[in-house]
Design a protein around this ligand. Structure first.
Ligand SMILES: Nc1ncnc2c1ncn2[C@@H]1O[C@H](COP(=O)(O)OP(=O)(O)OP(=O)(O)O)[C@@H](O)[C@H]1O
Length: 218
């Protein structure tokens, strides 16, 4: 690998109370690369993603993002976008206004076409003038992804981006994430959908309740 990995995880352990839910997890993610965490419910995928974004502290081991421990600073969050935590939507702001707000916060003109493009490809265009509380759970997931993709990020950390999406929209999301990678961004995500993962064609790390399987792979 040329240069320092954008994400470097070594000997990661996470223990809640007396239960170790992540054990001996190791991986590197190169700048511009993608990695998918897979495994059964409770295998620790979200916990690992939370450690990478600094939302959960490792019990042992090392997590480095851009060469430093994730510190939750504004500088860190300018480079990283995540859907690991569900956002709170602003009362009174429409679906479109939420995406525009994120686009603006990323330093872009909200009328530059990207918001329209995201709303359109994610099937939210006709719902843009409504408020998020009126959306179905799948529509809300589409909004979550539209907002995540409205702000350019060097590293996307997504927890099951395909969840609650119907089969027709999953390839669209895979395409958007492929665009992010083609533009030089990096992607770390968890997924339960092998078809979705195959569409991205990225390496997979399989976790098993607290430890990676010896035969990590698809
Ligand atoms: N804050 C916490 N306190 C105690 N236990 C926790 C906490 N967060 C997660 N866990 C436990 O850690 C284990 C791993 O959870 P995690 O959410 O990382 O799994 P996952 O692989 O993402 O699962 P899923 O596929 O269901 O999303 C689970 O048994 C969960 O109950």
């Amino acid at each position: 690998m040329v240069g320092e990995p954008i994400v470097a995880v070594a000997d990661l352990h996470v223990t809640f109370g007396s239960v170790t839910v992540v054990r001996d997890v190791d991986f590197d993610l190169a700048a511009g690369g993608a990695l998918c965490l897979v495994g059964e419910n409770g295998a620790g995928k979200s916990t690992v993603l939370r450690c990478v974004t600094g939302l959960t502290d490792p019990s042992a081991g090392r997590v480095r993002v851009f060469g430093a421990a994730p510190d939750g600073s504004a500088a860190f969050w300018r480079r990283v976008v995540t859907t690991v935590e569900q956002p709170s939507w602003y009362a009174g702001l429409t679906v479109r206004e939420h995406v525009e707000l994120v686009r603006m916060a990323g330093g872009h003109d909200p009328a530059d076409g990207r918001v329209d493009e995201l709303l359109s490809v994610l099937g939210l265009r006709d719902l843009g003038d409504g408020t998020p509380d009126r959306l179905s759970s799948g529509e809300r997931q589409r909004l979550l992804l539209a907002a995540a993709l409205a702000r350019p990020a060097e590293l996307l950390v997504l927890d099951e981006p395909e969840q609650r999406l119907d089969a027709s929209i999953r390839p669209v999301v895979a395409g958007l994430l492929g665009d992010h990678l083609a533009a030089g961004g990096s992607l770390l995500f968890a997924s339960h959908d092998p078809v979705f993962v195959a569409a991205l064609g990225c390496p997979v790390l399989r976790l098993h309740t607290g430890s990676p399987a010896p035969d990590a792979g698809t």
